[in-house]
Design a protein around this ligand. Sequence first.
Ligand code: AGP
Length: 601
Amino acid sequence: MCGIVGYIGEGEKKEFLLSGLKELEYRGYDSAGIAVLKDGHITSYRTLGKLENLVHKTEAFSSDGFGLGIGHTRWATHGKPTEANAHPHRGEFSYVIHNGIIENYKEIKENLQKEGVKFLSQTDSEVIVHLFEKFIKEELSAQDAFKSTIEMLQGAYAILLVTKDEPETIFFAKNAVPLILGQNAKEEKFMSSSDSPLIGYATEVVYLEDGEYGWVKKDEISLFMNEKPVIPTFATLGRDKIYAQKDGFRFFMEKEIYEQSSVVSETLMGRISDEGVELDELKDIDFSDIDNIKICACGTSYHAGLTAAYLFERLSKIRCQVEIASEFRYKEPLLDKKTLFLVISQSGETADTLEALKMAKKANMKTLAICNVDNSSIVRLADATLLTRAGIEKGVASTKAFATQVITLWLLSLYMGKKTIPAKKMQSEIKALLHTPSVLHVEDNTHEKIRRLSKRYLHGHGFFFIGRDIFFPLALEGALKLKEISYLHAEGYPSGEMKHGPIALADSELFTVALMPQTMLYEKTKSNVEELSARDATILAISPKEFDLADDFIKTTEQSHPMSEFFEMMIITQILALEIAVRLGNDVDMPRNLAKSVTVE
Ligand code: AGP
């Protein structure tokens, strides 16, 4: 996710902007930039890579005395990480920074280009400043031009815009992406994506609501919603920066679990139309000769791949195999050009996955990456990439990266099946896809229930996580989450495998987390769980249907699609691992022995 800061006042604008962007580094980025409007002149700098590059580039620039400043760190969603794609984006006399995704940017861009507007970047964000200037040229006031601009935009946005047309005003708008306004007694005004850049500067803040927009001068804030004025409600700003970076959660992992609803919305943005799934990134790839998909990944990404295999065979009707990259590398695999080689990696730097990709490239296979970090080694090597848009994932135990990988793979399975999937089926899949963000919303009472029951699972001789079909890879992932942060032993199993050996471990000290979805093989799974319960295994059942043999039961929502049940149960297994680890006093974000990116084999 991108980071945004803004300032109005007499202070040194560059210093505030750069220190604010530094505070937002944890959100992840690949480029950065600032713009300062002072004495009727706008100065702007943009750099690729780390903030140090921007600090270096602006070394000789100073900006004290009254003026406006905006700053941005970019996490690429549309357009490669390049200086031209970095924000701020400029028009003839205005500059804009934007966090989020403008879903209808293509049609806006095409219309503006027909009117002769020249675009300098590949981004969706650039349309905002050209649209604004178009309205200004049509004799609208800057305020009305900004309002008309916002009315045209669809999607998620946190926007700051400065213009020579109004040299004492910063225009802002907020929808589905955080944006905060701040102020202090010195008549300084501040804007930011989160609290931390404002700590030490602002004393009170307004957390903007979706749909709110307006403009700020040094001595006034004009706030609107649906064209009606809104009185801003100020709150006192907290003082703890790290607490602020975690947005008030105890751990980055916890924050990232709660972020899954919003980041999955961003993953879906611009990729679903009335006709179905649109993946612009793949428009130059010819899949017509592909009759097989081979997926290669590690760890959690491997579990996402296993989930996808069910979707590719069931929806796209394409054979699919999934391999652990460290095994694939040395097995002398049979590779052919009619196989699409698909690598999945959050970091894009995992050594085994990268080496597997090199083997596929050497065999002249078509290669596709599902990745969260643009410009990473894997992204640079693959023929094409679908970015998962999860934003930076600080917790070593992957959560939102997994959720966005699975949703991206689900999109891909529909995209690759669009010629064969019946229209009615496609519509029901699209409906379920769009339902996912609300499924991923974490209910307080569910979290509290899991926190309470977690005290019973701090000992024992191990855990089974069991499930069938797509709930088998989810069981594997739930077991991995628990292992990673609680250090307790856990195994994921297809629930049909119990009687082939594992059930020998069943006793009251063996904890079984049973994924019992109503929409997928419920009766089969139920009988497997009953076998375990009959041997006194302790059962934690997760299901929309009451199951009276469970020692603990977490009731989920009745859903109409298995993937909706998948994501709801995913949240529960993530929080279960978290709360057990908390009770054991472990470092949830930085578990022992683990690294966020395994760049060695
Ligand atoms: C996930 O919780 C782990 N941190 C680990 O298994 C991870 O998924 C694996 O190392 C692969 O990493 P990647 O997705 O960055 O390639």
